[in-house]
Ligand binder design. Structure first.
Ligand code: BTN
Length: 255
């Protein structure tokens, strides 16, 4: 791989390299610093856009959590994806984005066994490599992706042992290659959507059969992961035998 290219070249490179559908425009913006790439991407809705930043002053994760990362140490990107079909659900986008990011990271780090921890963590060896945040606005989904490029990405010393990074999985990482691969896979998953294939790809990387405790609307729920309903969320069998469905937007994994 070539030496990493400077941030000032990223926007032109991405504008030229990223896939498009026909003459549908794609807005690309690259920042040294911004509050959150989610907010910038939202401001472009309902147009298709990719927003990347080297650093965020107010990065956020799922369920209102902060997303902290040291400058230059992560891939921080948000994609604004307008929807033509109003029946497209948060859970479907969540599944598709998870599969897309996993596939891209498998291309970047071919020896890594990439797993999807529902709803939106990407893990290698039980450690978090990337997280995905899905938000919705103005007939668009905003898909935010944070990938640890090197070990400094996680600034919380307490959390660091539970994370990994691309640099730990391969010798050198060019973040521009990562952004290109992730966007290309997202584009593929979201625009040529074959739900059955995406579901198969999700299942092959997911923790089917494992027992977990979830929190949903203030209630703790323990059960085995049975499967995923692409439009309604995780299918879990509780200890009592009852089968329930947990939506990605409102559920967190406790353990
Ligand atoms: C999570 O694991 O909770 C999801 C984390 C998502 C973080 C990314 S970084 C780029 C984009 N901008 C944000 O403010 N958040 C997402």
């Amino acid at each position: 791989m070539n030496a990493p290219r400077g941030l000032e070249t990223w926007q032109d490179h991405l504008e030229a390299a990223l896939p498009r559908d026909g003459d549908q425009p794609l807005i690309v913006r690259v920042f040294r610093e911004t509050s959150s790439t989610q907010d910038v991407a939202k401001s472009f809705a309902p147009r298709r856009a990719l927003v990347v930043s080297d650093q965020q002053s107010a990065g956020r994760g799922r369920l209102g959590r902060q997303w902290l990362s040291a400058p230059g140490s992560s891939v921080l990107m948000s994609v604004c994806w307008p929807i033509d079909n109003l029946a497209t659900t948060h859970d479907w986008v969540s599944m598709s984005a998870g599969v897309a990011v996993a596939r891209a990271l498998e291309q970047i780090a071919p020896d890594a066994v990439v797993r999807l921890k529902w709803p939106n963590d990407i893990q290698v060896g039980g450690r978090k490599l990337a997280g995905i945040l899905i938000e919705a606005t103005n007939y668009s989904f905003i898909i935010g992706i944070g990938i640890n490029a090197n070990p400094e990405a996680c600034t919380d010393p307490g959390l660091r042992p539970r994370t990994t990074s691309l640099a730990e999985l391969r010798r050198s990482v060019d973040r521009l290659d990562v952004i290109e691969a992730v966007y290309a896979e997202l584009h593929r998953a979201l625009s040529h959507a074959d739900t059955n294939r995406l579901l198969e790809a999700w299942r092959s990387r997911a923790a089917l059969g494992e027992t977990h405790t979830f929190e949903h609307r203030g209630q703790k729920i323990t059960g085995d992961i049975m499967d995923l309903d692409p439009d309604h969320g995780l299918i879990v069998r509780r200890d009592s035998g009852e089968i329930i469905m947990l939506p990605a937007a409102t559920t967190s994994v406790v353990s």
